[in-house]
Design a protein around this ligand. Structure first.
Ligand SMILES: *[C@@H]1O[C@H](CO)[C@@H](O)[C@H](O)[C@H]1NC(C)=O
Ligand SMILES: *[C@@H]1O[C@H](CO)[C@@H](O)[C@H](O)[C@H]1NC(C)=O
Ligand SMILES: *[C@@H]1O[C@H](CO)[C@@H](O)[C@H](O)[C@H]1NC(C)=O
Ligand SMILES: *[C@@H]1O[C@H](CO)[C@@H](O)[C@H](O)[C@H]1NC(C)=O
Ligand SMILES: *[C@@H]1O[C@H](CO)[C@@H](O)[C@H](O)[C@H]1NC(C)=O
Ligand SMILES: [Ca+2]
Length: 444
């Protein structure tokens, strides 16, 4: 009797600790939806706010190019470098594996040598703009947890916009503008992350920091700074996530700012490296991207601690009697109170806001004479309750009544499990909420 119980508790203690230790302490909360604990009533579940682990989200996206035939190589083409129009050894041929540059190469393993990249056709139709949209779709709401980083193999574009959608691509909002000259390109004052404060966090800026490809030849990345924005609330090293979570909980706009279903990179003008475009050799101008990083987690409204990818689709594994791709509603027959997202507060366990069974609805399936029998000689009354013999209690008469009495079932009593005092203390020490606390304190 004591042993299995003890092992269960120990197992749940281990689960809590292991789950907490994978990732930085800053992200360590909210990783379990429920845990088992011990009270006077026996084992019970504690429900907590929970969210899936953050992950590399590029594994789960669908990429679409517009125009669709903008990838190089059909027909084959030879490119020259931006720096030297006589150095022309970049060949693209869609029909040859080694010389093809399809969009998948923006999401393959980093560090492959030579670098793998997607490449566009060159700017053959100059002065008509060379405009390309790269759209990344998840068909699922995602919460960004780290910077979006786009690594160019070509020079970085002179004009570009990063856009997001929150409604599966029906409407789009800009995230950030990028240009060598913000005023000229977008009639916006150039700004950097340093200009952003807690109060202007939702402002959309134009930055010139990531566009001077020619001068800073080794700078190949274009970034959208998520961590710097988090840091405005959580401190430079994100050590005070409680503050950020508190803000996210109370400010819907802020939460939505980091939430997306799709991203779109609008490439508007390639690197030219000079004020004048060399019209005699347009093979110098094109876009090439070797890598795109998008780190985030499935949005599950704090009702799931995992998100599965099945049949090319991400879905939250909803707990707390919720359902839907984002756990956005109560399950059937669990609508006794209105659905509500879980809450990060109070830190660190949050509030689960579980959906409750409709007691007023159809009568529930407590007992029958076939499968769900009343135990210890109890009698099923109208399928709704067990009438228990005097010595037993509980929904199915499964509990000896003496458990509720002072002194429990110990003493002269025959056959009942007796808890030895030291084991009992150990059990209580390891039990329930206290158990989780110990664990968190150890990890942090
Ligand atoms: C892409 O397709 C459009 C219309 O189908 C065509 O006008 C254009 O020339 C094509 N571009 C390339 C680079 O093949
Ligand atoms: C122009 O580009 C072609 C490749 O399209 C290259 O072979 C040639 O050397 C270049 N010429 C000049 C003058 O830059
Ligand atoms: C790219 O997307 C924008 C809206 O986000 C749209 O206006 C534009 O027509 C699209 N296509 C190209 C080639 O830019
Ligand atoms: C997106 O997901 C929904 C289910 O949530 C599914 O019915 C639909 O077919 C998916 N759309 C695409 C384009 O995969
Ligand atoms: C569903 O809700 C009931 C209370 O209405 C609760 O006892 C049960 O544990 C919940 N189930 C889950 C999986 O959260
Ligand atoms: Ca690559």
């Amino acid at each position: 009797m004591i042993f299995p119980l003890f092992l269960t508790l120990q197992a749940s203690w281990l689960t809590v600790c292991q789950a907490t230790q994978h990732y930085p302490a800053t992200w360590g909360h909210y990783d379990l939806c429920k845990s088992q604990g011990y009270t006077e009533e026996g084992l019970t579940w504690y429900y907590m706010a929970c969210q899936p682990e953050a992950a590399d989200m590029t594994k789960y996206l669908k990429v679409t190019l517009d125009p669709p035939n903008i990838t190089c190589g059909d027909p084959p083409e030879t490119y020259c470098t931006l720096e030297n129009p006589y150095m022309c050894n970049n060949e693209c041929d869609a029909a040859t594996d080694e010389l093809a540059h399809p969009p998948e190469l923006m999401f393959d393993i980093v560090g492959r040598n030579p670098t793998t990249f997607w490449q566009s056709t060159s700017w053959k139709k100059y002065p008509k703009p060379l405009a390309v949209n790269i759209t990344l779709s998840w068909n699922k709401t995602i919460e960004l947890t780290d910077d979006i980083v786009i690594t160019f193999e070509s020079g970085r574009p002179e004009q570009m916009v990063l856009e997001k959608s929150l409604d599966y691509g029906r409407s789009w909002q800009p995230y950030q503008f990028y240009a060598t000259d913000c005023l000229d390109a977008f009639t916006m004052e150039p700004k950097t992350m340093k200009d952003i404060t807690q109060h202007t966090l939702l402002d959309i800026i134009c930055t010139e920091e990531y566009s001077r490809g020619y001068v800073w030849k080794n700078d190949k990345t274009v970034r959208f700074e998520i961590r710097d924005r988090f840091a405005l609330f959580a401190g430079p090293k994100l050590h005070n996530m409680a503050s950020l979570y508190g803000q996210l909980d109370t400010t819907k706009n802020l939460r939505d700012f980091f939430t997306i279903t799709d991203l779109r990179i609008r490439l508007l003008r390639p690197a030219t490296g000079a004020t004048m475009v060399d019209e005699n050799n347009l093979s110098r101008y094109y876009y090439a991207i070797s890598d795109i990083k998008v780190h985030g987690r499935c949005k599950c409204n704090l009702h799931a601690n995992s998100c599965i990818y099945d049949k090319e689709k991400l879905t939250c594994e909803c707990e707390h009697n919720t359902t839907g791709p984002d756990c956005g509603r109560c399950k059937r027959n669990f609508q006794a109170r209105a659905w509500s997202a879980g809450s990060y507060l109070p830190i660190p366990k949050g509030t689960a806001n579980i959906c409750m069974a409709n007691y007023a609805g159809p009568v529930t399936r407590v007992c029958d004479s076939e499968l769900l029998r009343c135990q210890n000689g109890g009698v099923c009354v109208n399928y709704v309750r067990c009438q228990c013999p005097p010595a037993y209690t509980g929904l199915l008469c499964e509990k000896p009544r003496c458990e509720k009495e002072p002194g429990g079932c110990g003493g002269s009593d025959s056959g009942q499990a007796s808890l030895h005092p030291p084991s009992l203390i150990l059990l209580l020490l390891l039990g329930g909420v206290f158990l989780t606390e110990i664990c968190w304190i150890t990890v942090l």
